[in-house]
Write a protein that binds this ligand. Structure first.
Ligand SMILES: [Fe+2]
Ligand SMILES: [Fe+2]
Length: 209
């Protein structure tokens, strides 16, 4: 499966830029996420422009992953990215916002759907677009670095004939993420809880829960 060409940016340039920013394991993870996002976009028969957005966002979603909490915080301050008290308690949730800003500035890329898919790949959020959901899911289940048993479990609800199966899969991953964070007594970003509740409400309205 070859990641589709992009009119949003030069994919070859973006890939070599990314390789220099990441460890080889993180880079492989990023390629895996891109491949998985493209695969899902094709299987769900998304329009071509959404396939491109999913491909680019999944490739670049972890562009800021290697930055330390201190580097992330100072980058946000320098670039006027808003930081909440909760973000300070969970600095790992800042790498998506810094990553989106790096991509925007480096590639002059202003597609908000791509940038939002990068911004919300860790916490998720209320009212996610299809591209945002695909990138969120692809990040968790990509085949290069993720545990295959976990991936299988998380995608048991994926049914390519049923667009709502994306929402069911999101809910399943969010529930298991929240359960994991609770088992470790970790702080849970309220955006994640709000996102999870949003999927419950939507799926109940559709009588799917
Ligand atoms: Fe990430
Ligand atoms: Fe990732």
């Amino acid at each position: 499966l070859i990641p589709i060409a992009s009119t949003l940016l030069d994919l070859e340039m973006a890939t070599s830029w990314l390789r220099q920013r990441l460890s080889s394991e993180r880079f492989q993870h990023s390629l895996g996420a891109q491949e998985k996002a493209v695969e899902l976009a094709e299987k769900f028969r998304l329009p071509q422009e959404e396939r491109e957005r999913a491909s680019v966002a999944a490739l670049l979603h972890d562009a800021a992953k290697l930055m330390s909490p201190a580097e992330l915080l100072s980058y946000c301050e320098q670039h006027h990215l808003p930081i909440s008290e909760m973000d300070r308690l969970t600095p790992q949730t800042l790498h998506p916002f810094v990553g989106a800003e790096l991509v925007r500035a480096t590639f002059n890329l202003h597609d908000e759907d791509v940038l939002n898919a990068i911004r919300y790949h860790t916490t998720a959020r209320v009212g996610m677009s299809r591209v945002e959901k695909l990138v969120y899911i692809a990040d968790k289940i990509e085949g290069n670095t993720r545990n295959p048993l976990y991936s299988q479990k998380m995608t048991a609800f994926l049914d390519y004939q049923d667009p709502l199966s994306l929402d069911l899969t999101m809910l399943y991953i969010l529930d298991s993420t929240i359960q994991f964070l609770m088992s470790k007594h970790q702080v849970i970003h309220p955006r994640t809880v709000d996102a999870r509740n949003d999927f419950v409400v939507r799926l109940r309205a559709e009588k799917r829960l």
